[in-house]
Write a protein of this length. Sequence first.
Length: 51
Amino acid sequence: MSIKTKTLVGLVMIGLIDMVIPVPILGIVLFYVVLQKPPWFPEMVSEIYKS
């Protein structure tokens, strides 16, 4: 499974959970990425745009 497919599946799963549980999970993840700048995020973005 490619990184694009994994990312899409993960976002769909988070979106479904967000519909069932009214907690803004995507917003929490966004704040985490913006504030903490985890090392996996730039690597994931570069893998997505590499092709």
